[in-house]
Design a protein around this ligand. Structure first.
Ligand code: GLU
Length: 487
């Protein structure tokens, strides 16, 4: 039986999908999938100046990359179309009129000037000003005059007195006093609906049962609860999820590094790792599991598992997690992701499939890779014709007396090594070092510089075996020439 759970992600397209939004979207998605409900995507593009099609496309791309498929929304439609808030203004205006008709809202003719002056006067007294309900009980004669003169009128919600409460799935019971909420505008005098009205009317129309959104909306929720009640609609269950902070405990922002989800895609993070990481930002399965597949996350997700405390975005943990996903990925899948990155750098022919040798290289590099982009960097010396030596490697490993002679002897020994596999290569290198009366490490480091140009690489014997005899010999000979040129 289809469940009645209906949740929504309602981004304002004034920026790309950032990690906070992605986490909110993911929690909604998890909840919908857990309960066999519907995940609705609604674009809240009411701020025409700050919203753009580019941003909308960016948000959709981010959600698709993360694998968060929506059941209703842009691109696929659904029974509650349209899913763009800006196309629903008529609904919002009709609801505002209905609220007036029902006595839950009233026309306000106060000019912006008057409101500003009142606010400034209160400020000067050190008091906060709340709308004084000047228009709540205008005599009908006065209303007739104002209407006759076509005075601009906004619509204000008439906040009922007394206590109202809602049960937040994360924070528990939250109570508020109507006396502290002013009669807020729901429709501007130019006919533009205010966010509080739009969001509630859309949630009612779309039959939303659970509102899972950021903590920054907690202060709006009392107004929303009152609006749901005034509209005669069931109040959805709320779950306000904690903010995401940077390592310095300040709200996550660009200062902390990438905040756009697609930036993580570009940096070589895997969507499965990213969602696993996002899930644990403020939620826990109740045990110490960390690496969890989507299936496991869906099976374990509860709103009660969301913590009230703020979550810290730990990039090192994300890297670690990504490395774990890379380590566990089937090689074919991994190769398919790495290949285009190599091709882009000219390290592999465009559109050529992975061969056995490339797959072995990826295996070789896999244990040290934390991001897909690491493969590109690490694979470079293996896939170019001429290795460039990093200055640090030269300084650290090539300053050994008589090294060029030792390497030349190693070249001769490796020509005779058969089979040219990891084990035999190791035996040859160690035996040569012994014969030459030097430490094996000296020869190993030199061979690493010859083979990769670097101070660090996967196990050198595996590396040489992967290169094969011809390439290994050529690279060692290049090193001999290089050392000669240094003398
Ligand atoms: N559009 C709002 C935002 O992006 C979200 C509204 C909501 O989730 O209720 O902050």
């Amino acid at each position: 039986m289809a469940s009645s759970v209906r949740v929504r992600f309602a981004p304002s397209p004034t920026g790309y999908l950032h990690v906070g939004g992605a986490r909110t979207a993911f929690f909604n998605w998890l909840y919908a999938r857990r309960h066999g409900g519907a995940f609705v995507l609604r674009i809240e593009d009411t701020d025409a100046e700050r919203s753009s099609d580019d941003m909308i496309a960016g948000i959709l791309d981010g959600l698709r990359w993360l694998g968060l498929d929506w059941d209703e929304g842009p691109g696929i439609g659904g029974p509650h179309e349209p899913y763009f808030q800006s196309q629903r203004f008529d609904r919002h205006r009709a609801a505002a009129a209905a609220l007036v008709a029902g006595g839950h809202a009233y026309y306000c003719y106060c000019s912006a000037d008057r409101l500003r002056q009142e606010r400034e006067r209160a400020d000067a007294r050190g008091e906060a000003w709340q709308y004084d309900r000047a228009c709540l009980s205008l005599p009908s004669q006065r209303i007739a005059e104002l209407e006759a003169s076509r005075a601009p009128r906004a619509i204000r919600f008439k906040v009922p007195p007394g206590q109202t409460a809602f049960a937040d799935a994360v924070h528990g019971r939250i109570e508020f006093d109507g006396a502290h909420i002013e009669d807020f505008v729901i429709l501007r005098s130019d006919g533009h609906p205010i966010y509080h009205l739009s969001v509630v009317v859309d949630d009612v129309d779309m039959r939303i049962t659970h509102v899972i959104r950021g903590d920054d909306h907690i202060s709006n929720t009392p107004k929303h609860v009152l609006l749901f009640q005034a509209l005669g609609a069931p109040v959805p269950r709320f779950a306000h999820v904690p903010l995401i902070l940077g390592a310095d405990k300040k709200r996550l922002s660009k200062r902390h590094g990438a905040t756009s989800v697609m930036e993580y895609a570009r940096q070589g993070y895997l969507p499965d790792a990213m969602v696993n990481f996002l899930a644990l930002l403020g939620w826990s399965p109740g045990d110490d599991r960390e690496l969890m597949s989507r299936r496991e996350l869906v099976d374990s997700f509860t709103l009660e598992g969301i913590s009230g405390g703020n979550a810290v975005f730990d990039t090192a943990k994300l890297e670690w997690m990504n490395g774990q996903y890379i380590a566990r990925m089937p090689i074919e899948e991994l190769a398919a992701l790495v290949l285009p990155l190599l091709a882009r750098e000219g390290l592999w022919p465009e559109h050529a499939p992975a061969d056995e040798r490339l797959r072995r290289l990826i295996e070789l590099l896999r244990p040290r890779a934390k991001r897909l982009s690491d493969f590109v960097d690490q694979a470079r010396p293996f896939l170019v014709d001429t290795v460039e030596y990093e200055p640090e490697a030269i300084k650290k490993h090539l300053d050994v007396p008589g090294l060029s002679e030792h390497v030349a002897v190693l070249v001769r020994a490796l020509r005779e090594t058969s089979p040219f596999d990891e084990q035999q290569v190791e035996t040859t290198v160690r035996r040569t070092a012994e014969q030459q009366g030097i430490k094996a490490a000296s020869l190993i480091h030199a061979a690493r510089v010859a083979a990769t140009g670097r101070t660090a690489s996967p196990g050198i014997f595996e590396v040489l075996a992967w290169l094969g005899r011809d390439r290994t010999v050529r690279r060692l000979e290049q090193l001999v020439s290089f050392l000669a040129s240094q003398d």
